[in-house]
Design a binder for this molecule. Structure first.
Ligand code: ADP
Ligand code: MG
Length: 411
């Protein structure tokens, strides 16, 4: 790998949007499109998972944080049960009645918005949740940073604030509605981590998420002088969906063969037991997949401990160990993710790993603050040296949850 930075373009930094700037532009665009002012502006963050990958469907732990990058939705409530939906990131809008929304209808991006209205209509009736919506997303789309949950959650909080019958809806129910919108209307397999973070994040904290019951414990970000550098590799390998399903099936088979409800219940020490090894030998790839899941759960809890002790070196080592486990045992990494991780570590990151489901998407690295620019440049140079498209980079500081955007700009 080349360590020279010569010849490579400087990194392209994706910065969070500035609320008053978005507010001014989006309100005007909304009026141009719909002929009236919005009732208000709402925003919801994307997320990055620091550690705990492919653990959610095994009832395990994850440690995500909300990004400062958010998706904005200018929203006006309608009283006729109709939806008119548009996005600055999509050529096509969608218009139809809440009643017409169903599995696979509408198709494409509008499903994430219409799906939320459709699910919440079960509580208050379709006539209550008609909307005009104009979206402006500042979470990169399809980068594994959960632009989809940012989209659905931005509209969910708007509906909660605008519809009298929804104002008291507990946040857990709002999370569940957004998950159902993605699963049932958009047809996307999503476990609930993304929506939980977007709606329940705590500023300057990560969330220790227990996928068994979706309880969350805020964990303070305690590594002053360090930053989280996210690398969007911009790679998308089409085997992601099929491989995801295959991993889930293997885990379910292994749990059944071991006689546990989920792999969460298996103590890592038991991986050495002869009877466990014998059982897993009969499940194709069972041993390696199970080893990833149970050791990853332990790493999440260890990393929480490292944060409490302000031990950046240990936190970094756990991230790097997580990557090795995902690459070698779970086999969900890819060339671009490995390159991003190796280049970041080679440039002095304390730790780095792929984040999200794998086969493309993003990597996250723990970096001393004054090294961030240099590490980002080295990663970009490494991609250039391999003839790969330039990745994008962003800084991830743990940020606040979805909510109404209040600015001084007149609507
Ligand atoms: P991720 O959630 O990691 O970004 P997904 O594939 O789950 O990746 O979601 C990406 C999809 O979400 C996009 O293809 C699009 O359908 C939808 N989406 C997200 N943000 C926007 C936006 N601002 N405008 C239109 N569609 C969006
Ligand atoms: Mg998504």
């Amino acid at each position: 790998m080349s360590t020279s930075t010569e010849g490579a373009e400087p990194p392209r930094w994706l910065r969070p949007a500035v609320d008053p700037e978005v507010a001014a532009g989006l309100s005007g665009a909304f009026r141009d499109r719909f002929g009236r002012s919005p009732d208000g502006l709402w925003a919801a963050p994307g997320r990055v998972n620091l550690i705990g990958e492919h653990t959610d469907y095994n009832g395990g732990y994850a440690l995500p944080l909300a990004l400062p990058h958010r998706t904005y939705a200018a929203v006006r409530r309608r009283d006729d049960g109709r939806l008119r939906l548009a996005s600055l990131q999509a050529r096509e809008g969608w218009e139809g009645s809440v009643d017409s929304v169903a599995a696979g209808r509408p198709q494409g991006w509008a499903a994430y918005v219409a799906g939320v209205a459709h699910v919440l209509a079960e509580r208050v009736g379709p006539g209550q949740v008609g909307l005009d919506v104009l979206v402006d997303g500042h979470v990169p789309l399809g980068a594994g940073l959960s632009s989809s949950a940012a989209l659905s959650c931005s509209v969910a909080v708007a509906l909660r604030d605008l519809v009298p019958g929804l104002v008291d809806l507990p946040v857990e129910e709002l999370v569940a509605a957004c998950v159902r919108a993605e699963n049932e209307v958009a047809g996307a397999a999503t476990g609930g981590m993304d929506q939980t973070v977007s709606l329940r994040a705590v500023d300057e904290h990560l969330l220790l998420l227990d996928a068994r019951d979706f309880t969350v414990v805020p964990v303070a970000w305690t590594l002053p002088g360090h930053e989280l550098l996210v690398v969007d590799t911009r790679a998308h390998h089409s085997l992601a969906d099929g491989q995801y399903a295959a991993r889930r099936t293997t885990c379910e088979r292994a749990a059944a063969a071991l006689g546990v409800g989920s792999l969460r219940e298996l103590d890592p020490a038991r991986l050495q037991d002869a009877d466990v090894r014998r059982v897993l030998a009969d499940v194709p790839d069972g041993m390696a997949r199970v080893r990833h899941v149970v050791t990853e759960n332990d790493r999440v809890l260890d990393l929480v401990g490292a944060l409490r002790e302000q031990d950046a070196a240990r936190a970094g080592a756990l991230m790097t160990a997580s990557h090795a486990s995902l690459r070698d045992d779970y086999e969900v990494s890819c060339r671009e993710l490995d390159l991003a991780v190796d280049a970041a570590l080679g440039a002095g990151a304390l730790g780095a790993r792929m984040t999200g489901g794998g086969f493309g998407g993003s990597a996250v690295a723990l970096v001393a603050r004054d090294e961030v620019g240099r590490v980002a440049q080295q990663v970009v140079s490494a991609f250039a040296a391999e003839g790969l498209a330039a990745p994008h980079v962003l800084e991830a500081s743990p940020s606040r949850p979805a909510g109404r955007v209040v600015t001084d700009t007149p609507g």
